[in-house]
Design a protein around this ligand. Structure first.
Ligand code: MN
Length: 484
């Protein structure tokens, strides 16, 4: 449905400097606090005990994806419960930050630019229970998600590694396949953790790593920040929390991990070792292929006495949103630097929150939409199709964007195609990540007569109180209503 003539909350440019005031809601700082919040808002469904870990748990979580988070007691008979779908809605993420949805991207970008150093504590709930005999399938309730996944995976663990040269930490999320009792097959894409591994491997040394499962939504989101190397994303989590993140030293390494976490898996990436990993259901709704990948050997597992395990369904909304919000925040900041008239950006769900970018602008100049498209392509290689619209189009409503394309776009003059450029390797229509970019300028011409692109509206429609009117009518039958 079009919101005909109505202003939307997204019409306004994102505010900068939206600090958390004394009276504003506080950010959420632990998984338990977040579960309380979800339960208080009737968004947490507790399932019957004993739901199966192979597909059954993922199937239920997926049916409730975007509506309710799920908690599974004794999954597959395991004493540790599993939660899923914790942040499968943008509005929930704004609530976790304690801001309005319209301020979500600005708040994230502000935190990314103003990280807060963490604070070390001597003892932590995350280390209440220590296991040194490692059989991961026995210690943890590891679900299998999609039909052709190679087996159980850890999907919601933040991986903490350390630059062997500088000692600075990195935080990232990777799919981790259960490959043996104390062995995980891990997909390390060529980013910071991968660089650290290469530095270690060149010295013939292992790379220490810790996988932390069961953390608050803001630390999860911070792990996906597009930050420079040697920015420890835990410091961005601290900024989002509005106070330094308490961390504790690992038992087997110099790594510092969130003290409030539920579960910590400590180990090392082995140099010169690659083993098969995959296939695994990924965010584009296809399987990431099987290949020889990095191997992490686990030495110690620590957890809270009554630990909770978090799983993210491969390709579910939680998976998509975790990547989307930091990307949107970065793309918005990047575009605004050169184009101050860019009001907002959105990675649409239909474009799996990576490939389709909608950009809302206050148009000043013909041709500028095409410059903005090129800026967006340069901002993230995942961005494949960019649609630029005017400020009267709600970019969070795909029907509105389609309406703008239908009525303000002409393919012979408003289309930009860039052949043979770098895209996402997980897009199966590319040749190993090489493919075309497309930009669609769906803005109206500045020279157009005002009435030509004037949106129709019925005066007063937005003020009609439908519920009140219908209840006053009292549900009369039409024959009675027209009598006399
Ligand atoms: Mn990083």
């Amino acid at each position: 449905m079009l919101h005909l003539g109505a202003m939307t909350k997204h019409d306004m440019p994102a505010q900068s400097g939206c600090r958390i005031g004394d009276n504003a809601p506080q950010p959420i700082r632990s998984l338990r606090e977040w579960l309380d919040h979800l339960e208080a808002h009737d968004r947490l469904k507790v399932l019957k005990p004993g739901v199966g870990l192979r597909f059954e748990l993922a199937a239920i979580a997926k049916r409730l994806d975007g509506r309710s988070a799920t908690l599974f007691p004794k999954p597959g008979g395991h004493p540790i419960p599993v939660v899923s779908g914790l942040i499968s809605d943008r509005g929930w993420m704004a609530e976790a930050m304690g801001v309005e949805p319209a301020d979500l991207l600005a708040r994230f970008e502000e935190a990314a630019l103003n990280p807060l150093p963490w604070q070390e504590v001597k003892s932590a709930p995350a280390q209440e229970v220590v296991h040194r005999e490692i059989d991961l399938a026995k210690l943890l309730p590891l679900p299998t998600h999609n039909e052709h996944d190679s087996g159980p995976y850890i999907t919601a663990g933040i991986m903490i590694t350390r630059n062997p040269r500088t000692g600075q930490q990195n935080v990232s999320i990777h799919r981790c396949q259960l490959s043996g009792p104390n062995r995980l097959g891990v997909l390390l894409l060529p980013r910071h953790a991968h660089m650290f591994f290469e530095m270690a491997e060149q010295q013939g040394a292992p790379l220490e790593a810790a996988i932390v499962v069961g953390i608050d939504p803001l630390t999860l989101l911070a792990s996906q920040a597009i930050a420079p190397m040697d920015v420890d994303e835990l410091t961005i989590a601290g900024a989002l929390h509005g106070r330094p993140l308490p961390v504790v030293k690992c038992l087997t390494s110099e790594l510092r991990v969130p003290a409030e976490a539920e579960i910590v898996i400590e180990g090392r990436f082995l140099p010169q070792v690659r083993e098969p990993e995959g296939p695994f259901g990924e965010f584009p709704q296809y399987y990431g292929e099987r290949g020889d990948r990095h191997v992490m050997e686990v030495d110690v597992v620590t957890h809270r006495k009554d630990a909770i395990f978090h799983t993210v369904g491969g390709g579910g909304l939680e998976h998509l949103l975790l990547g989307a919000i930091p990307r949107e925040a970065t793309l918005l900041a990047h575009l605004k630097r050169n184009f101050p008239n860019v009001l907002d950006v959105h990675l649409s769900p239909g474009g799996i929150m990576r490939y389709h970018l909608y950009v809302q602008i206050k148009k000043r100049q013909e041709g500028e939409a095409k410059n903005i498209m090129m800026g967006a392509f340069a901002g993230s290689f995942d961005v494949k199709h960019v649609t630029v619209v005017d400020d009267d189009v709600d970019i969070y409503n795909p029907t509105e964007v389609e309406w703008a394309v239908a009525t303000r776009f002409q393919a012979d003059r408003d289309l930009l195609i860039v052949p043979e450029s770098q895209g996402s390797k997980l897009d199966p229509s590319t040749r190993n990540g090489v493919g075309a970019k497309m930009g669609i300028d769906a803005t109206k011409p500045l020279s157009a007569d005002e009435m030509v692109f004037k949106r129709i509206r019925v005066p007063g429609e937005e003020n009609v109180d439908v519920e009140r009117l219908l209840s006053e009518q009292g549900g009369a039958r039409w024959r009675d209503a027209v009598k006399d």
